[in-house]
Ligand binder design. Structure first.
Ligand SMILES: [Mn+2]
Length: 259
């Protein structure tokens, strides 16, 4: 009798696992309408970021910029955010969990933004890093490495690579070889939908395969303790013959240097 119950539990557990996986997969593929919401949310985030850049001045604090961002989202009709904005200056950019604080902007600081809002419950997600004045050689080197690795990953996707862990490894090998084992301390990306972090997961042990029609982030980063970090995050749509970048804001080194 006991065996019988165990057998039932095993069968139930199996079918449950299969169902949940399927649900995640189904949910990952976006309809036109869902996609339109994500893109709309992304466009609003881009307007907010452009406005926030104009607010950057010597001595302004992370909290002031954070508040400005939150107000701007309300102004543009997207008061519900995907997550609490990340605004970090200087060495704080090395902390991926930084909460905006009283740190004031200084010449030469790196400035990191990670922001997103929702439109009809659908999320956007974007990170950009800037320099307040001319970056040092090291800052520039880090920035260009992150940019290059993002380009490499996008190229692989264009050429048909859909294995999440292979894409993560492409970025991880490139960055850790040059900057050390712990320099890239999070996954390469994640699915985006009604939840900000959803299936599929782009990380080392992921068995996920990116289906056509899913929306994922590609967000390599480098974080050097007591120095600073860089993260560049775009959100892309996986298509039959590659991908479509849904992020429409510059990221070349020239655009990253604020004067
Ligand atoms: Mn993200």
């Amino acid at each position: 009798m006991l065996l019988f119950y165990i057998a039932i539990i095993v069968i139930k557990k199996r079918s449950f696992n299969m169902k949940t996986k399927l649900l995640h997969e189904v949910r990952a593929v976006k309809s036109k309408k869902e996609l339109a919401n994500i893109i709309k949310a992304q466009r609003i985030s881009e307007r907010v970021l452009a406005d926030a850049l104009k607010e950057l001045r010597l001595g302004v604090s992370e909290i002031e910029i954070d508040n400005f961002i939150k107000k701007s989202f309300v102004k543009y009709g997207a008061p519900i955010l995907s997550f609490s904005p990340i605004v970090s200056f200087g060495k704080n950019t090395a902390n991926i969990h930084h909460v905006p604080g009283k740190s004031e902007l200084k010449i030469g600081n790196a400035i990191m933004f990670d922001i997103g809002c929702t439109v009809n419950h659908y999320c956007s997600d974007m990170s950009r890093t800037y320099f307040f004045g001319k970056p040092t050689k090291k800052q520039e080197k880090i920035y260009l490495a992150v940019l290059e690795v993002q380009e490499r990953v996008l190229n692989k996707i264009k050429k048909g690579e859909r294995r999440a862990k292979v894409l993560d490894k492409t970025a991880r090998d490139f960055l850790t070889k040059r900057f050390g084992k712990n320099s890239f301390s999070h996954g390469l990306g994640h699915g985006v939908g009604t939840v900000i972090h959803e299936w599929p997961n782009l990380k080392p042990k992921s068995e996920d395969i990116l289906p056509v029609g899913c929306v994922v982030t590609v967000e390599p980063g480098l974080y050097l303790k007591n120095f600073g970090g860089v993260r560049i995050e775009d959100v892309i749509l996986i298509t039959k013959d590659g991908y479509k970048n849904l992020t429409n804001i510059s990221k070349n080194i020239e655009s990253a240097i604020l004067k």
